[in-house]
Design a protein around this ligand. Structure first.
Ligand code: 5GP
Length: 113
């Protein structure tokens, strides 16, 4: 069964898509944690970081390249931004289709909650 994010990629569930290539899709998070909160997803379904292999690791590079492009579109490259990937329960992952969060538009704190 398709993941929630695949359904967004396939336009079966509405989302505000801000960037798309043949490899990735990015859309506004439904519960934004910053003025800009974009979720960047590979079009391949990989449940968690734990499932990455040498053969699929290139998808992670695609996510970071997309983050750089979106940050440029948002005009936040100089001020800065944060990218986050959660893994499983303690990592705070709720959708099991790997994705990179791009958060920007406010100063971030450390350590994160
Ligand atoms: P995770 O907690 O797995 O790292 O991140 C999943 C993210 O997906 C959360 O920030 C959550 O707000 C977002 N999300 C969950 N369901 C939807 C949805 O239906 N549409 C959009 N646009 N974002 C969603």
């Amino acid at each position: 069964m398709a993941t929630l994010f695949t359904k967004i990629i396939n336009r079966e569930i509405p989302a505000k898509i801000v960037y798309e290539t043949d490899k990735v899709c990015a859309f506004q998070d439904i519960h934004p944690q910053a003025p800009h909160h974009i979720v960047i997803v590979p079009k391949a379904e990989i449940p968690t970081i734990n499932d990455l292999t040498p053969e699929t690791a290139h998808y992670v590079g695609d996510l970071f390249l997309a983050a750089k492009e979106i940050a440029t579109q948002l005009g936040v490259t100089e001020k800065g931004y944060r990218v986050v990937m959660n893994c499983n329960g303690d990592g705070g992952q709720t959708v099991f289709h790997i994705h990179l969060h791009l958060l920007a538009g406010r100063p971030m704190t450390w350590p994160p909650g």
